[in-house]
Design a protein. Structure first.
Length: 361
């Protein structure tokens, strides 16, 4: 492998962006318990009647009623590099930010960039490549990258502020699941483990390619799911892992959830890296925040589940609940949209129990 790459007339040494950041992707998130402490005085009741979704819960974006049955969606998301290539970093960070709009059942309209760059450590050319990756993803989403803001920072970071729109009747929240609803997930989990293997230079080329493809894949299906009334709640799985985001969904609806561990879509190679004790630091932070809310049925591989369920995802799949009467419509949509591997429910919402999540075999 060539250690240099040519840019114009200059030869620039190959740079591994992940070596310039402490965190990686959505694993940069502040630990759930710490975040709860920070936000405890900022979650207030709605003071504006048109604000349909605000900061009084843990939803994916803010939503504002603009009349005529329409609402504006507003969100922002940014993080430090989870991959070494600048172009791919821009793509992944952008797809992750846009996902919040899809998680509300909405359609993105435009985005503006948020760039923090250590200008004395990393070249302007690399920053340009990050922005080019963002433009490519925005084009794929059918929206303009309409502007942005940049600052000189100690570590590289990038993301987007995204504006979207939704028909209010199609708006999906993360706290509106109903007892008896089935749980679905549109991407396999385990990319946090793969990203850690990459940072340690232990990942295979095939696994690295798979990881990048998954993290840069837009969750466009969220807009289509929003149009199905029997889809009762949606969220996207990111830095708190499947476990954390399911807990938010269950607690928000005053329910518990059964999770069928053997039916979870898990990246097969993630288990191989686990055997090498490759686990993101954020996994431990997540588990420490949520462990007291989880029970395991006898027979579940608890040691493996401990590393899989709280694994921080970056631009992970959509986690959504479906009423029994809408199951057929959802399965047809998933199959037609290229998600045939994800038509089996991974759990079910149940009445509130002592534990928020009951992990079954």
């Amino acid at each position: 492998m060539n250690d240099n790459k040519t840019t114009g007339e200059q030869i620039e040494p190959t740079v591994r962006l992940t070596q310039y950041s402490r965190g990686a992707g959505c694993g940069c998130k502040i630990a759930p318990k710490v975040l709860e402490e920070i936000l405890k005085n900022s979650k207030v009741a709605f003071t504006e009647s048109n604000l349909l979704v605000g900061n009084n819960n843990n939803d994916d974006a803010a939503v504002y009623d603009i009349g005529n049955g329409k609402a504006i969606i507003s969100t922002t998301d940014f993080f430090m590099p989870i991959v070494d290539d600048a172009f791919d970093f821009g793509r992944i960070a952008s797809a992750n930010a846009i996902s919040d709009v899809y998680a509300m059942g909405g359609k993105p309209l435009m985005a503006v960039a948020i760039l923090g760059w250590p200008v004395e450590k990393l070249s302007n050319t690399l920053a340009q490549q990050v922005l080019e990756g963002a433009r490519i993803i925005c084009k794929e989403a059918g929206i303009p990258l309409a502007g942005g803001h940049s600052i000189d920072t100690a570590e590289p970071m990038f993301g987007l502020a995204v504006t979207g729109m939704v028909d209010i009747q199609n708006l999906k929240k993360n706290n509106t699941a109903l007892e008896g609803d089935y749980l679905f997930l549109t991407k396999p989990i385990g990319v946090g483990i793969l990203a850690t293997a990459q940072k340690r230079e232990l990942i295979s080329n095939d696994d690295a390619a798979f990881m990048i493809k998954q993290m840069s894949h837009l969750n466009k299906i969220g807009e289509l799911l929003g149009s199905i009334s029997g889809v009762t709640a949606i969220t996207d799985v990111t830095g708190f892992g499947l476990l954390g985001h399911l807990i938010e969904m269950a607690e928000g609806a005053n329910l518990s959830a059964e999770l069928y561990y053997s039916d979870l879509p898990i990246i097969s190679s993630a288990k191989e890296y686990l055997a090498q004790r490759i686990v993101p630091d954020a996994t431990y932070r997540n588990w420490n925040s949520y462990s007291e809310k989880v029970s395991f049925e006898k027979g579940v591989n608890v040691m493996e589940a401990f590393s899989i369920l709280p694994d921080p995802q970056t631009n992970g799949g959509l986690l959504f609940t479906v009423s029994k009467h809408a199951m057929e419509d959802v399965i047809i949509l998933l199959e037609k949209s290229g998600y045939a591997e994800h038509i089996k429910p991974i759990g079910q919402m149940i009445n509130k129990r002592e534990k928020v999540i009951e992990v079954k075999i």
